[in-house]
Design a protein around this ligand. Structure first.
Ligand SMILES: [Zn+2]
Length: 103
């Protein structure tokens, strides 16, 4: 992963200021000390696409009479997950907001 501010590669082992709540994470870049975060909307889309696609895929295999509906929904969930994964980039935030929630 790269810092969108200084474009240096960030090693997870070098990150020393980190706040995590669930899938959300906020951390400071070890090179430029700018706070970075991922986007909650894309994380939600990734989770919904992944589990929705898996459930529809398994259901279309077991309930073959609904296969014409469930299989395209499963494929759509996979496409949503891949697009959300590609769109999910780190962005610069002014100050950590999870700091108050973690404590
Ligand atoms: Zn940086």
């Amino acid at each position: 992963m790269r810092c969108p501010h200084c474009y240096h590669a960030i090693r997870p082992s070098k990150v020393n200021q980190l706040f995590v709540q669930g899938c959300l994470r906020e951390f400071s870049c070890p090179q430029c000390q700018v706070w970075l975060a991922n986007t909650p909307l894309y994380l939600i889309l990734k989770i919904i696409g992944c589990y929705g696609g898996l459930i529809c895929g398994v259901a279309s295999y077991n309930f073959y009479q609904y296969q014409s509906i469930l299989l395209p929904l499963g494929l759509l969930g996979g496409v949503v997950m891949l697009v959300a994964h590609m769109m999910d980039q780190l962005h610069v935030i002014p100050e950590p907001t999870l700091k108050d929630l973690v404590k």
